[in-house]
Ligand binder design. Structure first.
Ligand code: 3HC
Length: 655
């Protein structure tokens, strides 16, 4: 079988009269210019050869096609465009079948849709994640997908950007079949199709959709849009598929794609996309092999410990949970099992996987059982003495090559490490609650942490499907240090004349799911109060200090759980409380402050500046390695809107 080269990334070979075209453009077979050019040449070659009866398109490696080449965005266009390639595929006189070997995303899914048939291998997946990049599909996806799966399912898939596995794709009508040997099956399909009239996706009459179901699907997408433009545009275009001609709708889709591609929102989301792929990469770890991790120990199975346990179990680890008493161990097991049940109920976990997880779980009051653990994570009370004493005890129990991780939010892990026999094996893992859901993990590279220990916990975090961001030791690490600076600035503005509700409304309009005072009430005011009291003696007496939060705590207003905090929750709903307004007014009078008004723009500008300045300090101190890491922490741990790119990106005048 000789290979025909159509471009540097597209080649072909003829099998049983069918031209099998392979896209090989590592790492994800994106549709770079040479891929598009190669595909067109391949189609022309197959059309010209009388002996070829059909064409199969497949991808080399693990991916079918990961989408348009995002790195080409913003560069001058190179012919042919992706829509032109789709047009050539769809209108080809010979059957074209996609043999989908791996992920077919964005432009990759659009290639499959433009083909006359689609066969998925078992590792295939399909999705249109464009809205996650602030754009809409730009090569026919909004028009061809609804022709195959209907308007409602297309709104869901394109509006959410979610990925589906072959079984769901088949059920939806997106593909024609699933086969272990997808290539041979696709070849057979292409050969069998030759005599039939070709099923051109663009020519399919759109199935009449239930208007109520379309409205429900639309509302669901818009409810999650948080002020972003792309989801609404994507829905509008999909709905247009049943209202306009293919030609008009495709022209609208392309124009919308181009406009959004050049928007700040899309630039911000692209920044986030590449930032995520950079995160957790540490130069000094090049060539450092991670240690093997099979059994994870977790000391403390409260809310945090149970969340971490569920994340580790669902990632396939064996887990030993340790509690102080048998009774507490039974409750811990119960908590873990209930969290797994909830994951099953919400469809995030298969029933069978839950049972496998439980079979790998052991919760006990015998700390000596941690002798088998490769990594022990402590999730006990956030107190230096408690954690230090625990680690000293673990020194005498765990294997010499086992890793000890502390899940602390504020304590200094260097101090904990220094009190142990082998400080090199100690590392910080700051999970966010609920740990089985939240993606972010701050991985604290302590003074003595060994490179392979760091490499191992990074690999562990990735195995759990988390987004690890490495940081150095400082009080509050990256996230809580920025959060403290941002909260301080918000309190300054409240003392100067803004109301907590003004600040929250400005943040929510910017894209935060919740304003800072609402978050504060949800988390509870008492932990920060205790910290402030601890720090009172060492606080700079000349630094501005706002006492309002202390006064709220003194009045027993610890937030939502006590019914009152910055707001009043006694009616069950969040309400502005005149008592808080009076307390704030008193604080202003005591300092002789004449309150002034703040516009939402000023509020947001000042809060962004406070975050960016603290971020800059973290970079200068070497706590964060890159500013994009700071952006990821704030987006994934603190509700910063991803479509604004994070505080550092926004501070550069980008959003
Ligand atoms: N363009 C350019 N580079 C891409 C890319 C793309 N579409 N997708 C991934 N890459 C790069 C990454 O930046 C990374 O580079 P690095 O090694 O230098 O860090 C490398 O490919 C590997 O990426 P991952 O680490 O993400 O690899 P995985 O194997 O974990 O995942 C994937 C593969 C599932 C394909 C994942 O990369 C992904 O989700 N990619 C983006 C998919 C996407 O959003 N496609 C839509 C693009 S827009 C579009 O198609 C518009 C069209 O409608 C016109």
């Amino acid at each position: 079988m000789s290979t025909i080269r159509f471009s540097e990334s597209v080649s072909g070979s003829i099998r049983g009269g069918v031209l099998v075209v392979t896209i090989d453009n590592a790492p994800v077979n994106a549709t770079s210019a040479h891929v598009r050019q190669g595909l067109v040449k391949a189609l022309e070659h197959a059309t010209a050869l009388g002996t070829v009866t059909g064409i199969v398109i497949t991808g080399a490696g693990h991916t079918f096609v990961g989408g348009a080449d995002i790195k080409e965005f913003g560069k001058p266009p190179v012919e042919p465009t992706l829509p032109e390639v789709m047009e050539r595929i769809e209108n080809c006189g010979k059957p074209v079948v996609a043999a989908v070997n791996g992920a077919a995303l964005g432009g990759g899914c659009e290639i499959a849709l433009a083909c006359h048939g689609r066969i998925a291998g078992e590792a295939a997946s399909f999705g249109m994640p464009e809205v996650k990049l602030g754009i809409v599909p730009g090569a026919g996806g909004t028009q061809r997908l609804p022709r195959l799966v209907g308007i409602v399912a297309a709104i869901d898939l394109i509006g959410s950007g979610r990925t589906v596995k072959p079984a769901e794709a088949l059920k939806l009508g997106l593909i024609d079949g699933i086969a272990a040997d997808h290539l041979s099956t696709a070849i057979a399909l292409a050969r069998g199709m030759a005599a039939d009239p070709l099923r051109r996706t663009g020519g399919i009459q759109i199935a009449g959709a239930d208007a109520a179901a379309v409205e429900i699907a639309t509302k669901k997408v818009l409810a999650k849009a948080r002020g972003q433009a792309a989801p609404a545009e994507a829905v509008r275009l999909v709905r247009k598929a049943s209202e306009a001609s293919l030609e008009d709708a495709l022209a609208d889709e392309r124009a919308t794609f181009m406009r959004l591609r050049d928007s700040r929102e899309a630039a911000a989301l692209r920044h986030v996309f590449f930032a995520e792929r950079q995160a957790g990469k540490v130069g000094k770890l090049d060539g450092v092999a991670p240690r093997k991790l099979e059994t994870i120990g977790i000391v403390g199975t409260g809310l945090m410990g149970a969340g971490i346990a569920v994340a580790a179990l669902t990632a396939g680890c064996r887990l030993v949970g340790v509690e102080q008493t048998e009774d507490a161990a039974a409750k811990g097991r119960e908590r873990i099992s209930e969290t797994l049940d909830k994951a099953v109920q919400s469809g995030r976990l298969a029933d069978a996987t839950r049972n496998e997880c439980l079979a790998r779980l052991d919760v006990t009051s015998e700390i000596s059982r941690l002798a088998t653990a490769d990594l022990v994570i402590e999730a006990v009370f956030d107190d230096l003495a408690v954690k230090t004493e625990l680690f000293q005890r673990l020194d005498g129990i765990v294997r010499p090559d086992a890793i000890l991780a502390t899940n602390t939010s504020y304590l200094n892990p260097d101090e904990i490490a220094a009190a142990t026999a082998h400080p090199g094996r100690v590392v910080g893992l700051h999970f966010f609650s609920p740990a089985n859901i939240m993606r972010l993990v701050e991985v604290v590279d302590c003074k003595a942490t060994l490179p392979d220990v760091l490499a191992t916990v990074l690999a562990f975090a990735r195995k759990l499907g988390k987004l690890p961001v490495v940081c150095g030791v400082t009080e509050g690490f990256i996230g809580n240090r920025i959060f403290s600076a941002y909260r301080r600035e918000a309190e300054f503005m409240v003392e100067d004349g803004a109301s907590p509700a003004d600040v929250d409304a400005a943040l929510e309009a910017y894209g935060f799911p919740m304003g800072i005072f609402t978050v504060y009430d949800m988390a509870g005011l008492e932990i920060a109060w205790a910290r402030r009291k601890r720090q009172a003696a060492t606080r700079d007496p000349n630094a501005r200090y706002v006492e309002i939060a202390d006064k709220l705590c003194e009045a027993g207003r610890f937030g939502r759980k006590t019914g009152k905090g910055w707001y009043d929750y006694s009616s069950g709903e969040k309400a502005v409380d005149p008592e808080v307004a009076a307390l704030i007014a008193e604080a202003r009078t005591a300092k002789g402050i004449v309150p002034r008004g703040f516009t939402p723009e000023e509020i947001v500008r000042r809060l962004l500046r406070a975050m960016a300045e603290e971020g800059k300090a973290l970079l200068d101190e070497g706590i964060a390695a890159r500013s994009s890491d700071i952006d990821l922490v704030m987006i994934n741990g603190y509700g910063f809107p991803a479509h604004k790119g994070g505080p550092m990106f926004a501070a550069e005048g980008n959003a």
